[in-house]
Design a protein around this ligand. Sequence first.
Ligand code: C2E
Ligand code: MG
Ligand code: MG
Ligand code: MG
Length: 284
Amino acid sequence: YVAKQARTGVHVYQPADDQDTPRRLALLTDLRSAVENGEVRVAYQPKVDPVTGRVTGAEALARWTRADGPVRPDEFIPLAERSGLITPLTEHILDTALSACAAWRRAGHEVPVAVNLSPQMLTGPTPVRDVVAQALRRNDVPAGFLTLEITEGGLIADPVNGVRVLHALRHLGVRLSIDDFGTGHSSLSRLTDLPVQELKIDKSFVQDITHDRGRRTVTVAAQQLGHALGLHVVAEGAETQEEFDALRDLGCDSIQGYHVSRPLAPDDFLRWLAEHSVRAAVSR
Ligand code: C2E
Ligand code: MG
Ligand code: MG
Ligand code: MG
């Protein structure tokens, strides 16, 4: 399947290759109707500047609950990617996130929103540039308020077209971010060719940096590389005050993690924003 995809860049759902279990088939049926009915929700997790406390953005994270409980994105996103549902799902997340961003701005919070873009979207049949441009227009949000997070692995299948699409997206004025940095296999030399503004160090390196020398070393190197390339460096997955302080002292520009806030439902996030801006003003 991967080989086929690499050659054609087209995603054809091939059940025979997928080892579909009954649970997966049932999930797929439910996911299709959830996407069609707009039942996938979005949670927002803030990123803050660890020095000033200012909110530098919020990541939109897909949330889906079935009758028997929540399904993790790590399970339903890959399913959507393999079944052609990822494009309508991404359109829904983009629209929801941009409409939330417009609401934050109306409430006086100039906070950019970040949406995860599956690698399939870069080289799939639907021009992702048009999808993004239409969503921005529909919600009347300036392009500079949208960041698209893309994993480095996403550029491996079809690097030439992938990079071309990134340039088209950048041309719209949106910000581009390399997600889960350090976990993929992209060559470092290619990084300098990408029109990106942000690098997110994966949480697997961030967690335990206060105890694990190896992870700390990788985090320092990633941070230095990001800054040498002129990128905004974000650390994801800071769970404790100690991790937060260590990442601040290493010079990370933004920190995202449970220590700052868990991903929140829209109303809770708006309340968090209001309370946080008061706290930040008081401590200044
Ligand atoms: P990601 O883009 O790297 O998102 C960060 C993940 O780390 C989120 O998991 C978030 O809840 C989690 N996280 C943040 N801070 C902490 C922390 O301090 N500790 C721990 N243990 N985890 C933390 P989530 O929401 O389960 O999403 C998992 C992945 O699913 C995302 O990783 C992303 O790759 C994918 N995903 C989620 N929503 C979307 C979406 O709308 N579209 C696409 N294409 N992918 C999505
Ligand atoms: Mg992300
Ligand atoms: Mg990430
Ligand atoms: Mg990650």
